[in-house]
Design a protein around this ligand. Sequence first.
Ligand SMILES: NC(=O)c1ccc[n+]([C@@H]2O[C@H](COP(=O)([O-])OP(=O)(O)OC[C@H]3O[C@@H](n4cnc5c(N)ncnc54)[C@H](O)[C@@H]3O)[C@@H](O)[C@H]2O)c1
Ligand SMILES: O=C(O)C[C@H](O)C(=O)O
Length: 328
Amino acid sequence: MRKKITVVGAGQVGTTVAQLTAFKNLGDVVLIDIVEGMPQGKALDLQQSGCLQVFDSLIVGTNDYKDTADSDIVVITAGVPRKPGQDRADLLKINAGIVKNVTEQIMKYSKNPIIIVVSNPLDAMVYLAKEVSGLPRERVMGMAGVLDSARFRTFVALELNCSMVDVDAMVLGGHGDSMVPMPRYTTVSGISITNLMKPDQIERLVNRTRKGGAEIVGLLKNGSAFLAPGASVVKMVEAILQDKKTHSALHGLSQRGIQLEGHLLRRAGGARLQRHHQDHRARPHGGRKRNAGHLGERRAGHHRRSGRVPRQESVTATAHGLRIVTVS
Ligand SMILES: NC(=O)c1ccc[n+]([C@@H]2O[C@H](COP(=O)([O-])OP(=O)(O)OC[C@H]3O[C@@H](n4cnc5c(N)ncnc54)[C@H](O)[C@@H]3O)[C@@H](O)[C@H]2O)c1
Ligand SMILES: O=C(O)C[C@H](O)C(=O)O
């Protein structure tokens, strides 16, 4: 049976996901949006590239959730992107309504899909989709780890003037300024960048990675990144459908089942939040202060050496005074 991949939201990210999914022949694609005619037009356009790009995936554009029935994977990109000067969290109210509605519609027609959430603020939207769908946590995940790691890899490769393919990077934590790039476990052909770069160089790249999305929003002025995000989603789709067991799948799946304590509650008001006073920043070159980035790095390092995939990583995001628990 051919796999069925539904992409909700036929905007910038959704269209890129549909196109790359088809180009890689990963299965049939359903592209759904609330705007009438638009997903149909894009689907037809994409279908007509099949004989040129050599794929035989069937591409359906629709506004009707019946067409999404029995999807194996559903990618949720529906929602508003941020504008320059906005934080991802500013999208929470509007996108929470959209993601809730989309998840309810999806679950009417697909019993046991794997959901990959893209809409921002990512961690909160993953949590919402998991709660609304009622699916087990391993079937609801967000796309961010793959993208954030790809950005770190790119910046390292550009800095060292080496091939991006030789760079392996790890970024843990939520998709925001509190993300934790891990320099000691970021390598070029197996050599840690802490042996290849000066501390201030690394700090610059870590900060650029954390602000990677905002940098592109500032340049585009009307919308946010979509090419690397689309490619990141398709990397995850491919890893899942082909059970690739690659570490880049781990990056993606490390976002799986994120439980974001307090983010939604904080907006709802009145919730008691866990506040942590530790500095959340990763400290690539040590220092006496133990912080969340360091602890996360250590734990991940231990698991890497022992060959085990970390079952659970805790990362403290002091930016919002919240505790994010990432379960993989
Ligand atoms: N997780 C990440 O790393 C990452 C990366 C890039 C973008 N994003 C987020 O993904 C979202 C989409 O970004 P984009 O650039 O594709 O935006 P876009 O505006 O180009 O596309 C969004 C699409 O969603 C559609 N939509 C809105 N409400 C809908 C609904 N109820 N049902 C179906 N479709 C609906 C819109 O009509 C539009 O076509 C944004 O929230 C953005 O912040 C996240
Ligand atoms: O920055 C954004 O708002 C979009 C996305 O989260 C990204 O990191 O590119």
